[in-house]
Design a protein around this ligand. Structure first.
Ligand SMILES: [Zn+2]
Ligand SMILES: [Zn+2]
Length: 413
């Protein structure tokens, strides 16, 4: 299925929630806030405007997508290709700020993350639309929650007032005779209640009330969850740092402790950073290949840092050979009780292999290792398979025998 397609569980679930809340809000408005006066009409108009803003930004974010680096892309000056990473799947250079997304199977311009709700990546071309989508979901849902709460409060206040009125009238008629009042009251009240219900435009019974309370819960839940997401989005926008770049910067601080210092090139100041994404100049600014950078940095400052980090990682990588096959099971249940209990709490892939395969390990845990298969053919176009596997399936291969027992293994970072 094509990326950006709305026929996927993510967008379909999101659209179902949006329409459920919209219909519930309109229905309750027709009952309790009828559009006959100005405020009632304004209320319905606001609900429609919020729905439009949410859907417009949602569909644009999903449909337009993040912008992809063309496959087999090379910079104009071929010398610059040496300053960039190479994507073996797209068979081209990775433009500055782009990353390969496994779900989209493409290199994505200024990739932030792959979002299942829009069934697409969030990146250069849809960053603004995605952020505005989150913003309008919060505005729309909190407004709907307030109007639905208003509706429930109205139901209770009308019911209680109606009961109170009936009771007071009955007490007056019977000059305080409580027994007489009670018998009259039980007869009168259902009539008063029925009349109250007949005055409504649409019926509103007990199950409608339950449905409304459910929608209020959903509204509040969505507002909180999306609010947290928007907070992180805005934080990253004012830093001009995607989620992946934040991770590169963190690793750079660790790497440059004893080595050359790294300066993050895209931080132009909070307000300038904000304007790079949120502005009135269409969906996005720039071509997705070149970016404004601060003095002292150039277009390749970040890509060069990525290459350095890769070198450091290679330096720490260690050769292993599998001594038995591993079927890629999530917990490694065949490899013993302890391995199974200590499985990595991560959705990262597991690395399936046969006996006697060559592996390159980059991360270590007590019962598990993370690494990749070593490719036999040089310059293979396939991206090497990576993942976790049980430690007891492989042994370390050392040029010098007995080195493993004498040398401390690199620690997991
Ligand atoms: Zn790629
Ligand atoms: Zn993606």
């Amino acid at each position: 299925m094509a990326k950006g397609s709305l026929f996927h569980w993510g967008p379909l679930t999101a659209l179902t929630i949006i329409f459920t809340l919209f219909i519930a809000s309109v229905y309750s408005s027709l009952v309790w806030w009828q559009p006959v006066k100005f405020t009632g009409i304004l209320n319905i108009c606001l609900l429609v405007v919020f729905l439009f803003c949410i859907l417009y930004n949602f569909i644009k974010a999903a449909w337009v997508g993040p912008g992809y680096v063309p496959s087999q892309w090379k910079p104009e000056n071929i010398e610059h290709a040496k300053l960039m990473q190479f994507c073996q799947i797209c068979n081209g250079s990775k433009a500055p700020r782009s990353h390969h997304c496994r779900q989209c199977n493409r290199c994505v311009m200024k990739m932030d993350h792959h979002c299942p709700w829009i069934n697409n990546c969030v990146g250069h071309k849809n960053h603004k639309r995605f952020t505005l989508f989150l913003f309008f979901v919060i505005i729309g849902c909190s407004y709907a929650a307030v109007s639905l709460i208003g509706c429930v409060v109205e139901i209770f206040s009308i019911s209680i007032n109606s009961l109170k009125d009936s009771l007071r009238q009955a007490l007056n008629r019977n000059s305080g005779n409580f027994k007489q009042t009670l018998s009259e009251f039980t007869q009168v009240n259902p009539i008063a209640y029925r009349r109250m219900m007949e005055e409504q435009l649409v019926p509103f019974g007990f199950y409608h009330l339950l449905g409304t309370i459910f929608c209020i819960g959903l509204d509040i839940g969505v507002t909180i969850a999306v609010g947290i997401l928007l907070y992180y989005q805005v934080r990253d926008i004012v830093r001009n740092e995607s989620a992946i770049e934040a991770w590169i910067v963190e690793k750079a601080a660790y790497r440059s402790k004893n080595d050359s210092k790294f300066i993050y090139p895209y931080d132009l100041g909070r307000w300038e950073n904000f304007k790079q994404v949120i502005h009135f100049k269409g969906d996005y600014i720039g071509d997705g290949f070149t970016w404004p950078v601060i003095d002292g940095c150039d277009q390749y400052t970040l890509t060069v840092e990525q290459l350095r980090q890769k070198q450091v990682k290679k330096h720490f990588a260690v050769d292993y050979k599998s001594i038995e096959g591993y079927n890629g099971s999530f917990c490694g249940w065949r490899q013993g009780f302890r391995t199974c209990l200590a499985f990595p709490w991560s959705l990262e892939k597991r690395l399936r292999f046969q006996k006697e395969e060559n592996l390159l390990v980059t991360r270590w845990r007590k019962y598990w290792l993370y690494g990749m298969k070593i490719q036999e053919e040089e310059n293979s176009v396939k991206d090497p398979e990576k993942g976790w596997f049980p430690r007891n399936c492989a042994v370390r291969v050392d040029d010098n025998e007995g080195l493993e027992s004498n040398q401390e293994k690199p620690k997991d970072q």
